[in-house]
Ligand binder design. Structure first.
Ligand code: IPM
Ligand code: MG
Length: 359
């Protein structure tokens, strides 16, 4: 197959990890006779420094004309420490999600058995956890009206959802549940929020079209607790933008480390694939970032955007084998054992590439 992929490294460790994700895509193309053509685009802090725009028009056009995007991360401590700055890297990310119509963010939380010990949660609670989050990505407080009033001493962000926004992501979640353990947990705060009451009403309606799928509702505070208490009780989790943002960071601990989690953002047209971790400036340039989330994002890209099931499975299998052989980046190393072989970012990429050649 011939495919056009945009590589969007972004800021911080985004560059280091997407380099490894791309190497894995290259290897897949070589092994399976595909032709992947790449274009690079800028976003975030780097784009602000270069042209004053966190999402240059040129980058957006490249993405619109591609078959898929492999993205790194955006962010820079300079902005985190100065809330008064008007132009911010994250604006590029949010605009990109909106402009590309990426309304469904899929975040699979699957624990590799080898990493049971890397989590701060007890292995017996974790073992066998396999959750798929559907986080709505283009609505909610992220995109509602926001502003200041009363001499800038009052601030607001409107939490707003429209029926069609809930319907389309609910369908995706129920459809996915059909291919899994047939359970959807919808997470909201319907005991307090009107937007959550609409969310629940619409999800209940859509649920009736999927009688073979069990639907349950949880309030977000209870869901936050249950994720840690009994992660195995979840199959598909369907939730809004803000709750999904928070719960998926929490759920990353079920997978051992943030450095392991990939995500897919899909919707109208082109799909975008990225680690759920951020730009991590504290470790940028040290070459120690875990590239597995980017590599697993590449696996999601192959599967979801290109329908290359076999190729995608090969990448996941290669990652499993590398972990099984004891290779770890620092974030997933088990301090209590000397058996782990600690690798840097590039070495980990090399292990996965070499392993791919064997399967
Ligand atoms: C994420 C990130 C972003 C979000 C930030 C960087 C704006 O945390 O993708 O989860 O809040 O959506
Ligand atoms: Mg987040």
């Amino acid at each position: 197959m011939n495919k056009k992929i945009v590589i969007l490294p972004g800021d911080g460790i985004g560059k280091e990890v997407t380099t490894e994700g791309k190497r894995v895509l290259d290897k897949i193309a070589e092994l399976y006779g595909h032709h992947f053509e790449y274009e690079y685009a800028t976003i975030g802090h780097d784009a602000i420094e270069a042209i004053g725009d966190p999402l240059p028009e040129e980058s957006l056009n490249k993405m619109k004309n591609s078959d898929a995007v492999l993205f790194g991360a955006v962010g820079h401590p300079k902005y985190d420490n100065d809330p008064t700055l008007k132009v911010r890297p994250e604006q590029g990310l949010l605009k990109m999600r909106k402009e590309l119509g990426l309304y469904a963010n899929l975040r699979p939380i699957k624990l590799f058995d080898e990493l049971l010990e890397a989590s701060s949660i007890k292995p017996e609670i974790l073992k066998g956890s396999d959750i798929l989050f559907f986080r709505e990505l283009t609505g909610d407080v992220y995109f509602g009206e926001k502003g200041r009033k009363d001499d800038r001493n009052t601030a607001y962000d409107l939490m707003i959802y429209q029926r069609y926004e809930i319907e389309r992501i609910a369908h995706k979640a129920f459809q996915a549940a059909r291919t899994r353990r047939k359970k959807v947990t919808s997470v909201d705060k319907a005991n307090v929020l009107e937007s959550s009451r609409l969310w629940r009403e619409v999800v209940q309606e859509i649920g009736k079209q999927y009688p073979d799928v069990q639907l349950e509702h949880q309030f977000v505070d209870a869901a936050a607790m249950n994720l840690i208490k009994s992660p195995r009780s979840f199959d598909v989790v369907l939730t809004g933008n803000l709750f999904g943002d928070i719960l998926t960071d929490e759920a990353s601990q079920i997978a051992g480390s943030m450095g392991m989690l990939a995500s897919a953002s899909v919707g109208d047209k082109v799909g975008l694939y990225e680690p759920i971790h951020g730009s991590a400036h504290d470790i940028t340039g040290k070459g120690i970032a875990n590239p597995l989330a980017s590599i697993l994002s590449a696996a999601l890209l192959l599967d979801i955007s290109f329908g290359m099931k076999q190729e995608s499975a090969a990448v996941i299998k290669a990652v499993e084998a590398v972990l099984k052989a004891g290779y770890r980046t620092a974030d997933i190393a088990d301090a209590s054992t000397s058996k782990d072989k600690i690798l840097n970012t590039q070495q980990m990429g090399t292990q996965v590439v070499n392993q791919l050649a064997k399967v």
